[in-house]
Design a protein around this ligand. Structure first.
Ligand code: 15L
Length: 261
């Protein structure tokens, strides 16, 4: 069994996928916060993303890293800069110094949130961040490209939509990602041979999608879950109208106007 470091292990996304991942991988969990309910097969190693020494220890000896750590919504620059810019750099650098090549980076749809919902986008266009948070995710993707092409890392950046057991509102019908579909993408990132840096969209089989996920399909992704199965219920509960076109017409939704979320 390969050993995989999961950063941000105390967060919501990690908590949803840990039970599925540990069926396939020996997990090492790190976070600055206490990790809830570790099981005996999971190894917990506290590591703050600003502590290189702790990060190198957390990274040493693993076969791959799933980097979910950092700040996961919009915030002031100091917070984003420390957690998602410097923190992400430190993680990639610790991996390089410890000889760990495989990194799955949790990017976000907010790296491209200012594309209109009327447009279907792939992964080759310009980034169009909708927030400081989205900007930091674009930075993380660029780090993946740098470390892949310059230092021989093998990086998959997943532009995650919204991970949950089910889509929770109209916008999320387009961008929902089930936990087991995320695990499938993570597996591709950890196992697919011959990648340098690839970007895919983290979404399930969503009929209302704004993203062309051809690159994920090329790498073997076959999503198992469909947001349309929940559409009737979701649409009845949410008309998707906030009254602000920047929110309602852009892919990033509320991140397009928020200073903090
Ligand atoms: C994200 O990137 C956030 O981490 C998550 O909390 C959701 O808000 C999601 O985007 C979204 O766009 O719904």
């Amino acid at each position: 069994m390969k050993t995989v470091l999961l950063t941000g292990a105390a967060g919501g996304v990690a908590t949803l996928i840990r039970p599925l991942l540990r069926a396939e991988y020996r997990l090492r969990l790190s976070d600055r916060r206490p990790v809830p309910d570790p099981v005996p097969e999971e190894e917990v190693m506290d590591a703050d993303l600003d502590d290189m020494e702790a990060l190198r220890k957390a990274v040493a000896g693993v076969d791959g890293i799933v980097h979910l750590g950092g700040y996961s919504v919009e915030a002031d620059w100091e917070t984003i800069q420390a957690a998602n810019i410097a923190g992400c750099y430190n993680l990639f650098e610790a991996a390089r110094l410890e000889g760990v090549r495989r990194i799955v980076f949790a990017s976000s749809n907010h790296a491209v949130g200012f594309y209109p919902r009327s447009e279907t986008i792939g992964v080759d266009g310009q980034v169009r961040p909708d927030s400081r948070y989205g900007l930091s995710k674009a930075f993380g993707e660029a780090l993946g490209a740098l470390y892949g092409h310059k230092y021989g890392a093998e990086v998959l950046s997943i532009r995650i939509g919204h991970v949950g057991e089910r889509p929770v509102d109209r916008r999320r019908l387009a961008i929902w990602l089930s936990p087991r579909d995320l695990v499938q993408l993570v597996r591709i990132g950890l196992e697919h041979p011959g990648i340098r840096h690839e970007i895919v969209y983290g979404m399930s089989d969503n009929a209302r999608a704004w993203w062309d996920n051809g690159n994920a399909f090329r790498l073997g992704y076959k999503p198992q879950d469909r947001s349309e199965d929940y559409a009737e219920e979701v649409l009845a509960a949410d008309d998707g109208v906030s009254g602000d076109d920047r929110v309602d017409l852009n892919q990033g939704g509320p991140f397009c106007v928020a200073e903090r979320i």
